[in-house]
Write a protein that binds this ligand. Structure first.
Ligand code: GLU
Length: 510
C-alpha cells in the first residue's frame, strides 16, 4: 500500500529563517500538497545554547506571509505532538534507554578536557571502533565502575555504537543511491546527561519515526548525517518505515562559486531573509523580502525555480500551478545560483498582474510616507495614476518616483530639459496653449490631443519643443506616460495652473 505522504519542516530556532530554509519549507509544502499529504512544522530546539528569542515567531510569520500552510505544529496542534522538541524529553529518554539496553549505544564519561587532550595527541582522532577501547566508556570499563559512576551522578553522554565495515546506503530521491562506508562515521553523541537532552540526531529520527514522516526533505548540508540516520532507523528496527530522503541542491552565490551567504546579500544588495530581522542581542537589522517590497507570490515563484523546473520553460506559476507540477524528478543535484535579479523580474511580473485598484491600495502607505495624504485623492484617481506607470516598476515603492507629479506640482524643472526646450518664445506659446486648453469642452486625452496638435501645426510651431515644454511644466521633467493621458487625469484647472506657474518660474530663473 502507498504510504500517506507526511513531510516535516524542522527548523532550529537559532535566528531568522534563511532564504534557503524558506525554499526547503516551500518544497516540503509543494510535495505534501501535490500528494494530498500533510505538512508538519517541528521546532528543533534541543540546543539551548543556540536558542534565539523571537526566532520561532519569525518562522511562523514568514511561512504565513508566503502562504506555506502548516497542517500540524506547535500552533496548529495534531495527533503526534508535542511539536517542539524541548517538550519531548521523556520520549527521547525512553528511546535512548532502549538503545542502551539493546547494546546499540553506550555510556561515555570522557570529560571535554580528556577529549581535547586526545585530539591534541592523535591526529584526526575519531571516537570509533578503533579508539573507543582506550576511552572511558561502558564498553571499555568494568560494569561495577560504570554503575558506580552513574550512581554518583557523574555527567555522561550516550554514544551510538557504529559497527565498522558496513556499506550504508542512503536512498535519495534526487541523488540516487549514496553509499558511505560506516568506518568513516564516529560514535555520535545521542544524549547528554548534563542538560538531559538528546542531540539533533536522536531527536530528529525519533520524531520522524513517531510523526510517521514519509519523506525527509532538507538542505544538502544535512546529507552527511543521513547515513547515521539510516543506521539509527536500523538500530531501532524501524527500517520498514524509514522515510525517503531528499537532499535539495545548495543555493549558490549569484556571482561565482560557493554557498550563498548573508554577506553576498549585503555586498550585492538583496535580502537573504524573508522578513526583516532585528537581532535581539546586537540590535542589528537585516533586510527582508517583505519589507523590501516583494510580493509573497513573487518570492514563492522565484524560490520554486531555484533547483527545480516544471519540465518545460514555464516560469510564471501560481502556488496552485506549482503544486500541480512539482516533482523531485525535475530537481537538480547541482547547486542553484541565487539569481536575485530574476527575483526582481518576478516581482515586476506579479505587480503587472495586480489590478490598478489593488495596486493603489499598496501605494497609499508610500504616498503617506512621502507627505501626501491619500484621502485628498479619490481611489479612482490613485488607481488611474498607478495604472499609467506600473509597467516601469519592480517595486511598489518605485511608483512614487514615476507618479509623484500626479500628487504634487513640480517644485523644480529638470535643468537640462529647460535648456534644450524652453526658448525665448516658449512663454508666449505656453500662454497660448493655456487658452487652447481652456477652450476645450472635452478635456479627455482623445479629444484634447487632436486639438492641441492641430493648433501646433497651424502655427508652424516645433512639435517637439512645444510638447516637451508642456510636459516640463506639468511633470517637471521630460519623461512619463502619454502627455494627454496625464493632463486628462490631472484635469484642466490643475494643468493650466501648472503651465502658468512654469511660465512664471522658468522666466524668473533665467
Ligand atoms: N533542525 C535541522 C535544521 O535546522 C533540521 C534538519 C533536518 O531537516 O533534518 O535544519
Amino acid at each position: 500500500m502507498e504510504r500517506e505522504v507526511r513531510v516535516r519542516f524542522a527548523p532550529s530556532p537559532t535566528g531568522p529563517l534563511h532564504i534557503g530554509g524558506v525554499r526547503t519549507a516551500l518544497y516540503n509544502y509543494l510535495f505534501a500538497r501535490r500528494h494530498g499529504g500533510k505538512m508538519i512544522l517541528r521546532i528543533e530546539d534541543t540546543d539551548s545554547q543556540r536558542f534565539v528569542p523571537g526566532a520561532e515567531e519569525y518562522i511562523n510569520e514568514a511561512l504565513e506571509w508566503l502562504g506555506i500552510g502548516i497542517d500540524e505544529g506547535v500552533r496548529e496542534g495534531g495527533e503526534y505532538g508535542p511539536y517542539k522538541q524541548s517538550e519531548r524529553r521523556d520520549i527521547y529518554r525512553r528511546y535512548v534507554k532502549q538503545l542502551i539496553d539493546a547494546g546499540k549505544a553506550y555510556y561515555a564519561f570522557d570529560t571535554p578536557g580528556e577529549l581535547e587532550a586526545k585530539r591534541a595527541q592523535v591526529a584526526n582522532f575519531q571516537y570509533d571502533a578503533s579508539t573507543r577501547g582506550g576511552m572511558r566508556n561502558s564498553l571499555a570499563m568494568p560494569e561495577q565502575e560504570v554503575k558506580a559512576l552513574l550512581d554518583a551522578g557523574t555527567p555522561y553522554v550516550v554514544r551510538f555504537l557504529i559497527e565498522p565495515g558496513r556499506d550504508v546506503v542512503v536512498d535519495d530521491l534526487i541523488r540516487g543511491k549514496v553509499v558511505i562506508k560506516s568506518d568513516i562515521l564516529d560514535d555520535k553523541v545521542l544524549y547528554k546527561s548534563a542538560d538531559d537532552l538528546p542531540t539533533y540526531h536522536l531527536a530528529n529520527i525519533v520524531d520522524d519515526h513517531l510523526m510517521l514522516v514519509s519523506h525527509v526533505i532538507r538542505g544538502e548540508e544535512w546529507l552527511p548525517s543521513a547515513p547515521l540516520h539510516v543506521l539509527l532507523y536500523e538500530a531501532f528496527g524501524w527500517t520498514d518505515t524509514m522515510p525517503s530522503f531528499v537532499h535539495l541542491p545548495l543555493l549558490l552565490k549569484p556571482d561565482g562559486k560557493g554557498k550563498l551567504s548573508k554577506r553576498d546579500g549585503d555586498r550585492l544588495g538583496f535580502p537573504v531573509f524573508p522578513l526583516e530581522w532585528r537581532d535581539p542581542k546586537s540590535g542589528n537589522i537585516s533586510s527582508g523580502y517583505r519589507e523590501s517590497g516583494y510580493l509573497p507570490e513573487a518570492v514563492v515563484n522565484f524560490l520554486a525555480l531555484l533547483g527545480w523546473n516544471p519540465g518545460d520553460d514555464t516560469e510564471v506559476m501560481s502556488m496552485e500551478e506549482l503544486i500541480s507540477k512539482f516533482s523531485f524528478e525535475h530537481c537538480s543535484k547541482s547547486g542553484a545560483k541565487f539569481a536575485f535579479e530574476k527575483g526582481k523580474w518576478f516581482n515586476h511580473t506579479y505587480l503587472q498582474a495586480i489590478s490598478d485598484a489593488d495596486l493603489a491600495e499598496l501605494f497609499k502607505p508610500v504616498l503617506l510616507a512621502n507627505g501626501v495624504n491619500p484621502a485628498d485623492f479619490s481611489d479612482d484617481y490613485i488607481s488611474r495614476a498607478v495604472g499609467m506607470v506600473k509597467s516601469r516598476i519592480n517595486f511598489v515603492s518605485e511608483l512614487w518616483g514615476h507618479a509623484r507629479f500626479f500628487f504634487v506640482e513640480p517644485e523644480a524643472y529638470e535643468a537640462k530639459a529647460v535648456k534644450k526646450r524652453w526658448t525665448a518664445e516658449t512663454p508666449a506659446i505656453m500662454a497660448e496653449l493655456i487658452e487652447v486648453l481652456k477652450g476645450l469642452d472635452d478635456f479627455s486625452s482623445k479629444a484634447a490631443e487632436p486639438v492641441v496638435l492641430g493648433w501646433i501645426a497651424e502655427n508652424g510651431y516645433h512639435l517637439g519643443n512645444v510638447m516637451n515644454a508642456f510636459r516640463l511644466a506639468v511633470v517637471g521633467e521630460c519623461k512619463g506616460p502619454h502627455m494627454f493621458d496625464i493632463s486628462e487625469l490631472i484635469g484642466c484647472d490643475a494643468t493650466v495652473a501648472r503651465i502658468a506657474k512654469a511660465i512664471e518660474r522658468i522666466r524668473i530663473s533665467e
